[in-house]
Design a protein around this ligand. Structure first.
Ligand SMILES: Nc1nc2c(ncn2[C@@H]2O[C@H](COP(=O)(O)OP(=O)(O)OP(=O)(O)O)[C@@H](O)[C@H]2O)c(=O)[nH]1
Ligand SMILES: [Mg+2]
Length: 455
C-alpha cells in the first residue's frame, strides 16, 4: 500500500508531560479544529485564532460554570510548521494532573477526542514531517538511558540512516530503469554493457547493505544495553564483584559457598554503554532444594546473556567442567574467562582474559575494557556513520539483500529482463519499508502503539 498524505479530519488531545505533580503540565491538541476549540475555553487578551504561528499567549481556562480552572500559557502552531504538520496548540498549566485532566475533559466536550499512543508522531509521519525511521527514533530518544544510546537515537532522528537508505533506494531505481529502458525499446536480449552496469550497481548496493547489517549488533547493544551473567562455582567472588562494580554492598557476600540463591539484577553504565549485570548462584551439584532452584536459574541467566563473565578463584584454579557446561549454552566467543582474588596470588596465567581482585579493585579497569570489547567489538563507528539498531530495519535489509541475490542469479542464468526487474523492484520496496515509503496500516499501528500517549 502506498502511503497517502494524512487526511486527519479529527482533532486529538493528550497530556504530553508525565502524569503526576510537576512544575508545569502540558496538554497537547492537534488537528484542524485545535485552535478554534481551545479558543472556546481560553480567555486571554486576543482570540487564539487571530494569533500568529509560534506565539505564546497568557490567559485563563474557564469552565462552563464560569470557574477558573487555571492560568495558562498557550502556544499556537499553524500547519504545516508544527510537530504534527497540522494546526496545534500546547496548553501549559500548573503541574497538577487534576488541572490537566479538567482541561482535557473540557476539550473532549468540544468535539475533540483522546489521542492514541504515538498518534502525534504518527501524524507527523503521515504529513511528511518525519520518515518512519525517524519517527521510530523519537521513541528511542525518549527511552534512552545512556549517553551512547541517546547519541545513536539522535543520529537516527537526524536522518543519517534515512539518507543512506534513500540513496541506496535511488540507486536501485536507476538500476531498474536501465533494464526497463532496454525492455521497452529492444526486442532482443539485454545488451551486455548495461547488464554489466546493472551487476556493478547491485554489487555496490549489496556491499553497502552488508555494512549496514553488520552495524546491527553494535546498534542494538547501544540501544538496548548488554546482559552480562556473572557465573562461576560457589565462593569464587561473583557477588563481591557485583558489589565492587556498584560501589555498594548490594549482594550478600560470605565465605560460605552457596550464599547467593537467586539471580540479582543491577545496571552499570561503562562509557555510556548500559550493562545489565546478573549475579547468579554458584553452580554445583547440590541436594538443597532452594540452592538447586538457584542453580537452574543461573543456567537460564547464561542462556539469556549476551556475555558470560565466567569467574574463577585463583586458588582453586580454572573450572574445566563448568566451562564445558557453559559452552553448551553459549558460544565461546561470548564467554569472558576471568580469574579473581589475585590479591592473594599474583601468578596469573595468560590463559585467562583478565585477572582481577574484587577486594582491592586491581584489574577492574582492564575488565571494563574487555567487557566493552566483547560487547561492541573493535568496530569504530563515528558520529556520522549510519547505524542500524532496530530489528525491523535489520529484517528489511535482509529481505533487500535476498532480492538482490535473486536479481544477480537471474542475470547469471541469463533470464529475461522481467525477472531481474521484479527482484530489483522487490528490493526497492524492502528498502522503502525502512523509511516508510511502503507501509501497511498494520505495521504503522504496531510501531506507534509502542509509544506513550501524548507523543
Ligand atoms: N582475598 C579475596 N577474597 C575475595 C575476593 N573476592 C571475594 N572474596 C571472598 O570470597 C568469599 C566469597 O565471596 P562471594 O562474593 O560471596 O562469592 P560468590 O561467588 O558470590 O559465592 P556464592 O554466592 O556462594 O556462589 C567471601 O569471603 C569474599 O570476601 C578477592 O578478590 N580477594
Ligand atoms: Mg554470591
Amino acid at each position: 500500500m502506498t502511503q497517502t498524505l494524512s487526511q486527519n479530519e479529527d482533532t486529538i488531545t493528550a497530556l504530553a508531560t508525565p502524569n503526576g505533580v510537576g512544575a508545569i503540565a502540558i496538554v497537547r491538541v492537534s488537528g484542524p479544529n485545535s485552535i478554534e476549540s481551545v479558543d472556546k475555553i481560553f480567555y486571554g487578551k486576543k482570540k487564539l485564532q487571530d494569533c500568529d504561528s509560534h506565539t505564546i499567549h497568557y490567559g485563563k481556562i474557564i469552565d462552563k460554570n464560569r470557574e477558573v480552572v487555571d492560568d495558562v500559557l498557550v502556544s499556537v502552531f499553524r500547519e504545516p510548521n508544527s510537530y504534527t504538520g497540522e494546526d496545534s496548540a500546547e496548553i501549559s498549566t500548573h503541574g497538577s494532573s487534576l488541572i490537566a485532566e479538567k482541561i482535557i475533559s473540557l476539550l473532549l466536550e468540544e468535539n475533540i477526542r483522546l489521542a492514541e499512543p504515538g498518534e502525534f508522531t504518527k501524524r507527523a509521519f503521515l504529513n511528511g514531517r518525519l520518515d518512519l525511521a525517524q519517527a521510530e527514533a523519537v521513541a528511542d530518544v525518549i527511552n534512552s538511558r545512556t549517553d551512547a544510546s541517546l547519541r545513536g537515537a539522535r543520529n537516527q532522528l537526524d536522518g543519517l540512516l534515512s539518507q543512506k537508505v534513500d540513496s541506496l533506494r535511488e540507486m536501485l531505481v536507476n538500476t531498474s530503469s536501465l533494464i526497463e529502458l532496454e525492455l521497452d525499446f529492444a526486442e532482443e536480449d539485454l545488451e551486455f554493457v548495461s547488464l554489466q552496469q546493472v551487476l556493478d550497481n547491485i554489487n555496490f548496493i549489496e556491499t553497502e547493505i552488508d555494512t549496514l547489517m553488520s552495524s546491527y549488533s553494535f546498534g542494538r547493544i547501544i540501544r538496548d544495553g548488554v546482559n552480562v551473567a556473572l557465573v562461576g562455582e560457589p565462593n569464587v567472588g561473583k557477588s563481591s564483584l557485583l558489589n565492587f562494580f556498584l560501589k555498594e554492598a548490594r549482594a550478600i557476600v560470605s565465605e560460605i559457598p552457596g550464599t547467593t540463591r537467586d539471580v540479582i539484577r543491577e545496571e552499570l553504565s561503562i562509557d555510556g554503554i548500559l550493562f545489565r549485570l546478573f549475579d547468579t548462584a554458584g553452580i554445583r551439584t547440590t541436594e538443597d532444594s532452594i540452592e538447586k532452584e538457584g542453580v537452574s536459574r543461573s543456567r537460564k541467566a547464561i542462556e539469556d546473556a549476551d556475555i558470560v563473565l565466567f569467574l574463577n578463584d585463583i586458588n582453586t584454579g580454572f573450572s574445566n567442567y563448568l566451562y564445558n557446561e557453559i559452552k553448551e549454552l553459549k558460544s565461546e566467543s561470548r564467554i569472558l574467562k576471568v580469574v579473581n582474588k589475585i590479591d592473594t596470588n599474583h601468578n596469573v596465567s595468560n590463559f585467562y582474559d583478565v585477572g582481577i581482585s574484587a577486594k582491592t579493585g586491581e584489574g577492574i579497569e582492564r575488565l571494563f575494557d574487555k567487557l566493552k570489547e566483547k560487547a561492541v567489538g573493535s568496530q569504530n563507528y563515528t558520529e556520522k556513520t549510519a547505524v542500524v539498531s532496530n530489528i525491523r530495519h535489520y529484517q528489511a535489509l535482509k529481505k533487500t539483500k535476498e532480492n538482490l541475490i535473486g536479481a544477480k542469479k537471474s542475470i547469471e542464468e541469463k533470464l529475461s529482463g522481467e525477472f531481474i526487474s521484479v527482484d530489483l523492484r522487490n528490493a526497492e520496496n524492502s528498502l522503502g519499508e525502512i523509511i516508510g515509503k511502503i507501509t501497511s496500516e498494520d505495521i504503522l499501528n504496531n510501531i506507534f502503539a509502542k509509544f506513550c500517549i501524548g507523543k
